[in-house]
Design a protein around this ligand. Structure first.
Ligand code: 13P
Ligand code: SF4
Length: 313
């Protein structure tokens, strides 16, 4: 357990008051960053919380697209990211040029983009979604309309299965962290821990195998990160195998000290989320860096799919 110096925390609290700032962190952030934050949640909850916050400055302890989302939804606020190199391999798996070409092939299709995309890709989309509302968003769309779902192949396949839609094309992108959680290890861990529930993030390549886990009766749930947190509180199970980025274990264990949480893969660590640190948050607040801005024309167009998503909830 990494101890954060008390004087560093005091300095950050002082800077927050001076800057009228709040810190919001994603569930995958390192434990000390989560503990410092005013709000910790999944991508959807972060977007909603940032939009409602009365603070003038938002420090987004997460990856770049999350800070861009906050800047699109809250143009009147200053949005800071402690390390602008905190990207996302999934967001990078589709470019604006690729999306333009894909749309030309299916001119009448509705474009649904996961929030793990750049602002420019969102600006070419009709709806945004996150892992916690992707099924709900797709269910709102006219069943006669073809859908282009991007960029995550595994989430898109999960949505197609859940909605039963056949007219949905899915981009072949992936998150290298979730795609790397291998099904064999997950199945072996589940068999070694009878009685444990399996919680799987829909970005995982192992989702299909996890849902078909033999023997019959291994309870498996496909959930967003906040979905996993809620489920951990309501489930009567005492033990859980968690197939997602391991930063989530911090919150799961902290909020359920009497329950056991095992990582499906100890290697599932997002290098981008881990570029954020308490020291970089202090530096960012002190020097008012790194400001995240989205060009106004892109912001206005990207706001449309994001607002549709936030309204669906
Ligand atoms: P959620 O927190 O929305 O489930 O997203 C997972 C993720 O990979 C964010 O980068
Ligand atoms: Fe992107 Fe994957 Fe990291 Fe999430 S875990 S920020 S999807 S690289």
């Amino acid at each position: 357990m990494i101890e954060v110096q008390e004087d560093l925390v005091t300095e950050i609290e002082q800077l927050k008051r001076e800057r009228n700032a709040v810190i919001l962190a994603h569930n995958y952030e390192p434990g000390p960053v989560q503990d410092l934050a005013d709000f910790v949640g999944d991508s959807l909850a972060m977007a909603r919380w940032a939009e409602r916050s009365p603070a003038r400055t938002l420090v987004v302890a997460g990856v770049y697209f999350m800070a861009e989302t906050a800047a699109i939804l809250s143009p009147e606020k200053t949005v800071l990211i402690p390390d602008p190199s905190a990207g996302c391999s999934l967001a990078e798996s589709i470019t604006v040029e690729q999306l333009i070409e894909w749309k030309q092939q299916f001119p009448d299709a509705v474009v649904v983009s996961y929030v793990n995309t750049s602002a420019a890709v969102k600006a070419l989309s009709d709806y945004c979604c996150t892992s916690s509302n992707a099924v709900k968003v797709v269910q709102q769309i006219d069943p006669e309309k073809a859908i282009l779902f991007l960029p995550d192949f595994f989430l898109g396949s999960h949505v197609a299965r859940q909605t039963g839609r056949k007219n949905i094309q899915v981009w072949m992108g992936e998150c290298h962290v979730h795609a790397g959680i291998d099904a064999e290890t997950l199945v072996a861990t589940a068999h070694a821990h009878p009685g444990a529930e399996v919680l799987v993030h829909p970005e995982c390549g192992c989702t299909t195998r996890a849902l078909a886990l033999p023997p019959e009766g291994v309870p498996t749930h496909v959930l967003s990160t906040d979905g996993m947190i809620s489920h951990s509180h309501t489930s009567t199970a005492k033990s859980f195998i968690v197939a997602t980025e391991i930063g989530l274990l911090h919150r799961l264990r902290k909020e359920n000290p009497e329950k056991e949480f095992l990582a499906a893969s100890e290697e599932a660590l997002c290098p981008f989320m881990n570029r954020i640190s308490v020291e970089k948050i202090r530096d960012g607040l002190r020097d008012l860096k790194f400001v995240v801005e989205v060009p106004e024309a892109i912001r206005q167009r990207a706001l449309i799919p994001l607002e549709r998503m936030v309204a669906i909830g």
